[in-house]
Ligand binder design. Structure first.
Ligand SMILES: Cc1cc2nc3c(=O)[nH]c(=O)nc-3n(C[C@H](O)[C@H](O)[C@H](O)COP(=O)(O)OP(=O)(O)OC[C@H]3O[C@@H](n4cnc5c(N)ncnc54)[C@H](O)[C@@H]3O)c2cc1C
Length: 574
């Protein structure tokens, strides 16, 4: 007979659960389970009134375990852990059982089955709770220094924001010259400010902050340690350069993007007179009174949008790159202003000048640009004409599908953003890449700059296509996250991590290879394995590999899983 005193609360969720799960039947089935001292149902367990009732029960009935059967722990795990804490019960003696997403919502066609499943899940929750013990979060002191990898607009702006809140910053740039793509841009949309000027302004400010160390031709080669206290090795001066050891509390990755480079022949790329938008922007910077290409005056020109991009997953750029339609429209308006006699044609499949940027397309249109919409399955054809001119031909959907052919002197291929291949950095940081090859955040809305590696943040266009304003916004978000992490001086980590039974460990070391977070350590061959609790994520991947059963996951120990399985298998009498 269990000596535990567990409180069990079963939620109707205002009908979300009780419309399909017979909540009263669940209560009847579990109220006499070993260890259950209090069992109740509630319309909304998360309501203030029920939370108060639980706190009162925990105190008055001296409960030493709490089970709430309601919705997903993603929604309310912390709500009920907090209820336990407020009542004086250790929050790790609380178990949330999900009978909404896993029962009522999943089995709307089978209320009896949903009820049966709910009974078994609640029983398993009670059994697990019966073997919980009080745990305390792990406290790690944090180092008030941040390493930023990449000194484009995102990295530079994040560095300034961190310096403003009193943190020391090491800013690494692998090129000779910081500033990334923006440093090479002249006038930029939407306000016509020069990219070069923008970067110069940022660099001047960085230069004035003693707390920012900008290291160029510098790369991160190794990372050890954990959130709040990383030891990193940095190489400065390229291959064979000097190595520096730094201790930092957090890392921001702001390594940016590459532009899609069309293969030779795609829309005539590689032929004289065919350039990418990036190259055209550089050309504009160097051009004097007359717009020329390879020494020939430009009388008419065509932009081909979405080069490399397609809706199919097999396209080299299977997503919208966000900046390119705007940048092309901005370039066209600029050309129209400087050389109004130049005829400009935009061959597009889908124009995405969203929000306020729509005015850029309107400005280009009003300045005389002609827009020709081609069908996705029939991309324009670029052909060379004798004498060096080119022809761009397409079917124009805006004129009922008429075939048009425009003679031009210059073709600008508007190419999108592609992820920067950097396997050395991925390996050093153990950062996973998304399916599109960019770094991926934990949650695009709720945790947009956090990664699965605690203490490592991403920002700017290394996490997906962004214009410079969006890159800077995410840089500021990453800086705010670092500040929130490091300014307190310490960080609390979940105690639900792996433990080692040293008397069973033979030191074979097999488990070390299973840990993606390098949380398992051995002082030498044959030595017992130890867990770096700050690195362990509690995934439990190592536990089944140990032939001696020497590893256990706190909160989900072998003993707890065994009693949960027994409870799940127990027949119900409903
Ligand atoms: C042709 C073109 C025109 C554009 N026009 C506009 C415009 O008019 N308006 C607008 O808002 N946006 C525009 N953009 C988009 C803009 O360039 C990006 O939003 C911006 O560059 C993103 O900044 P970032 O810092 O994230 O990346 P990046 O500019 O790519 O900077 C990343 C930096 O990190 C460095 N780096 C990379 N890997 C490492 C490493 N391993 N270690 C150290 N350093 C590393 C790189 O060398 C680089 O300096 C344009 C883009 C292009 C291609």
């Amino acid at each position: 007979m269990s000596q535990r005193r567990i409180g069990v609360y079963i939620c109707h969720c205002g009908g979300n659960i009780s419309d399909y799960v017979d909540v009263q039947a669940v209560l009847q089935a579990v109220r006499d389970e070993p260890g259950v001292a209090v069992a109740k149902t509630a319309q909304f367990t998360c309501s203030d009134a029920t939370q108060q009732e639980m706190i009162q029960d925990i105190r008055e009935q001296q409960l030493d375990g709490l089970v709430v059967a309601s919705c997903s722990p993603k929604l309310h795990l912390h709500t009920f852990r907090d209820v336990a804490r407020r009542a004086g019960l250790n929050p790790y003696q609380y178990t949330q059982v999900n009978i909404r997403e896993q029962c009522s919502w999943a089995h709307t066609d089978d209320p009896a089955g949903a009820t049966e499943k709910a009974i078994r899940l609640v029983r398993a929750g009670i059994a697990r709770t019966g073997l919980t013990r009080p745990l305390e979060p792990l406290q790690v002191d944090t180092v008030p220094r941040v390493l930023i990898v990449g000194a484009g607009v995102a990295g530079l702006r994040a560095a300034l924001a961190l310096a403003d809140v009193g943190l020391t910053v090491f800013l690494l740039e692998k090129e000779e010259r910081p500033g990334g793509h923006v440093a090479a841009l002249g006038t930029m949309y939407p306000h016509g400010v020069s990219g070069k000027e923008l970067v110069k302004r940022l660099l001047d400010e960085v230069g004035q902050r003693a707390s920012i160390t900008l290291l160029t031709r510098a790369e991160l080669v190794e990372k050890k340690g954990s959130m709040g206290d990383f030891q990193v090795k940095v190489r400065v001066g390229g291959a064979g350069g000097r190595e520096m050891d730094l201790q930092v509390g957090a890392i921001i990755v702001a390594t940016g993007f590459d532009t899609y480079r069309p293969p030779a022949g795609e829309y005539g790329f590689g032929s004289p007179g065919v350039v990418t938008l990036e190259e055209f922007n550089r050309l504009l910077e160097q051009t004097g009174d007359q717009l020329t290409i390879d020494g020939r005056p430009v009388h008419s020109m065509a932009y081909i949008h979405c080069v490399g991009a397609g809706n199919g997953a097999e396209a080299p750029v299977p997503y919208c790159s966000r900046y390119c339609c705007n940048a092309a429209a901005h370039a066209a308006a600029r050309v129209a202003q400087a050389w109004p006699q130049v005829s400009q044609y935009h061959f597009y499949r889908d124009l995405r000048t969203y929000g306020r940027y729509e005015m850029l397309a309107t400005a280009a249109l009003q300045a005389g640009s002609v827009f020709i919409r081609f069908p996705e399955e029939e991309p324009p054809q670029v052909q060379k004409q004798p004498g060096g001119r080119l022809t761009v031909a397409a079917r124009d959907l805006l004129t009922a599908g008429d075939q048009v052919a425009v003679p031009v002197d210059l073709v600008v291929l508007v190419t999108g953003m592609v992820p920067r291949a950097d396997s050395a950095l991925v390996e050093a940081l153990k950062l996973p890449l998304g399916r599109d090859g960019f770094y991926s955040e934990i949650h695009p809305k709720l945790r947009p700059v956090e990664t699965v590696v605690d203490g490592v943040y991403i920002c700017g266009s290394c996490q997906g296509p962004k214009n410079s304003a969006e890159s800077v916004t995410s840089a500021l978000a990453a800086a705010a996250q670092c500040a929130a992490l490091l300014k307190k001086g310490h960080v609390e980590l979940e105690p639900l991590v792996v433990t080692v039974h040293p008397e069973r460990c033979t030191g074979c070391g097999d488990c070390l290879t299973t840990c993606p977070y390098t949380a398992l350590e051995q002082s030498g061959p044959g030595a017992p394995v130890q867990v770096n609790r700050a690195l362990c994520k509690g995934c439990g991947g190592c536990v089944p590999l140990c032939p001696q059963g020497a590893l256990d996951l706190e909160g989900y120990s072998d003993a707890q899983l065994t009693v949960m399985i027994d409870a799940l298998l127990k027949e119900s009498k409903t």
